[in-house]
Design a protein around this ligand. Structure first.
Ligand code: FES
Ligand code: FES
Length: 181
C-alpha cells in the first residue's frame, strides 16, 4: 500500500512525522500509531459518531469529524483534540481537573458502558465552544442541544442524562446564553 508522510497536532502536541499508508483511517492511526485508544470504533460506517474527534480550525472555530470514515491524511497539517485531551493534567500526565462537560457527564451518570461517551464529550465541547463565540437566547437552548447531539447514538439509550448534563455544562459556562431581546 503506498505511503505518504503525515503531520498532525493532537491535543496540543505535534506528532512525529511518519509515512502512513494512503488508505489508513484516522481511527486506526490514533489507535495503532499514537496509542490513543479513547476514540471508539462503534459502527465503522459513519453512523454512530463514537469515533468523533474535534478539529480546531485557524479561525478559532471547532468542528466534529468522524475518524472511522475519514482518512488520516485528511488531517495533515491540522490540529485535533481527542477525548484524552480535555482534562487538565500534571507534568506526569495524571488527571488533575476534568473539563466542565466531562464533570457534568459524571455528575449526571450520563453513560453506562461508555462506548459512546468520547463522541458525546467532543460533540458537547464543540457546542459549548460555539455558544461561547455565538451566544443564543436561553429559550433556544433545549432545541440547540438536541440538534447538536441528535446524530450521536448511545446503545445504552442514556439520551436524557446526556441532554441534562450538556444543558448544565452550557449553563455553567459563562457567556453561552443571553436573555432574549
Ligand atoms: S464508529 Fe465512526 S461513526 Fe460509528
Ligand atoms: S453508554 Fe453505552 S453506548 Fe452509550
Amino acid at each position: 500500500m503506498p505511503a505518504r508522510s503525515l503531520e498532525v497536532t493532537i491535543n496540543g502536541q505535534v506528532q512525529p512525522v511518519e509515512d502512513i499508508p494512503e488508505e489508513l483511517m484516522m481511527l486506526d492511526y490514533l489507535h495503532e500509531y499514537r496509542n490513543l485508544t479513547g476514540t471508539r470504533f462503534g459502527c465503522g460506517k459513519g453512523m454512530c459518531r463514537a469515533c468523533t474527534v474535534i478539529v480546531d480550525k485557524p479561525d478559532g472555530s471547532s468542528e466534529e469529524v468522524r475518524t472511522c470514515i475519514t482518512g488520516a491524511h485528511y488531517f495533515n497539517g491540522k490540529k485535533i483534540r481527542t477525548v484524552e485531551g480535555h482534562a487538565q493534567r500534571d507534568e506526569e500526565g495524571h488527571i488533575e481537573t476534568l473539563s466542565t462537560v466531562q464533570q457534568q457527564f459524571l455528575e449526571h451518570f450520563s453513560f453506562q458502558c461508555s462506548y459512546c461517551a468520547p463522541g458525546f464529550v467532543n460533540a458537547a465541547t464543540v457546542l459549548v465552544e460555539r455558544l461561547q463565540r455565538q451566544p443564543i437566547a436561553r429559550s433556544q437552548l433545549e432545541n440547540t442541544i438536541s440538534e447538536a447531539l441528535e446524530s450521536h447514538i448511545c446503545r445504552c439509550t442514556g439520551y436524557v442524562r446526556y441532554f441534562e448534563a450538556v444543558r448544565d455544562a452550557v449553563l455553567k459556562t459563562p457567556g453561552t446564553t443571553k436573555e432574549a431581546s
